[in-house]
Design a protein around this ligand. Structure first.
Ligand code: NAD
Length: 270
């Protein structure tokens, strides 16, 4: 993978889950990684885990809802590790609730972390990238950037927002040598997954309707993020790439993406 070794990458939500998997994958390719997360203890532990594996990694406590704090941390990272080449705003939360009874706080929490936090991170990191006329940003969208999901009005709105933000930043910053893309994962095996998602939903709906028949490992999302950060993706800009095992390729599906209830298909497949 070209363009990772020796470069500095800033990852939020990096204490665990997809963010940590991205940091680990970049570190294994010789990238220098700054892990930022609101969970101070887990961030330092995760950075230490990567250091023990020989990675140049540092941990920073950050609440991405605070634009000024995000800029301050980005400036500290640049003086500690050097110019940031790549940014991955991975901090995210879910607060599941039917729309008609969703408290305003649950709406604001998710929009503030997922959407505003992503924007503040992009804005902070692009300052140096614009001066250097080089950089790559990969935002974390979702399958709910392509459709809705009952109980997740706040989350789906935040993820459609991230898709729109990604495309707009790709237009604004592409001519300055900075690429902005996003990945849209299906369900991923991280600590976030069971929050508001019963195990039977994962099994009976997600796995049933996903052609590959399973949820993703965090490292499978990280692999696409790393590709988009790398020089191999030098002509990819403004893309929101589903990483979903085929889930969003169709709607009326059942039994690993097969035609839902079609007699013709049933007679063919037995
Ligand atoms: N797990 C899934 O099924 C899935 C699917 C699609 C998209 N995503 C997205 O991937 C991203 C990462 O999710 P994950 O599954 O790794 O979740 P996770 O809960 O495992 O990790 C999220 C991390 O974000 C941190 N965080 C939360 N609020 C923060 C804040 N205000 N400031 C800084 N850090 C904060 C948490 O401390 C945690 O370490 C999120 O944007 C999520 O929406 C996840």
């Amino acid at each position: 993978m070209q363009g990772i070794e020796g470069r500095v990458f800033f990852i939020t939500g990096a204490a665990q889950g997809i963010g940590f998997a991205v940091a680990k994958a970049l570190g294994s390719l010789g990238g220098h990684v700054a892990l930022a997360d609101v969970n101070a203890v887990r961030t330092l532990a995760s950075a230490e885990q990567l250091q023990a594996e020989g990675v140049r990694a540092l941990g920073y406590t950050l609440d991405v809802r605070d634009a000024q704090a995000t800029l301050d941390v980005v400036n500290r990272v640049e003086s500690d590790l050097g110019p940031i080449f790549g940014a991955v705003p991975c901090a995210g939360i879910a607060r599941t609730q039917p729309a008609e009874t969703m408290p305003a706080q649950a709406w604001r929490d998710v929009i503030d972390v997922n959407l505003s936090g992503t924007f503040y991170t992009c804005q902070a990191c692009v300052q140096g990238m614009l001066l250097r006329r080089s950089g790559a940003i990969v935002n974390i969208a979702s399958i709910t950037s392509f459709g809705g999901q009952p109980g997740r009005a706040n989350y789906a709105a935040s993820k459609w927002g991230i898709a729109g933000l990604t495309k707009t930043l790709a237009l604004e910053w592409g001519s300055h040598g900075i690429r902005v893309n996003a990945v849209g994962p299906n369900a991923v095996d991280t600590p976030m997954l069971p929050i508001g998602v019963p195990e039977r939903f994962t099994r009976d709906v997600i796995c049933d309707r996903t052609p590959l028949g399973r949820i993703a490992g965090a490292e499978e999302i990280a692999a696409v993020v790393v590709f988009l950060l790398s020089d191999q993706a030098s002509y990819v800009n403004g893309a929101v790439i589903p990483v979903d095992g085929g889930l969003t390729s169709g709607f009326l599906t059942h039994r690993q993406g097969r035609d839902y209830g079609s007699p013709a298909w049933e007679s063919l497949s037995g």
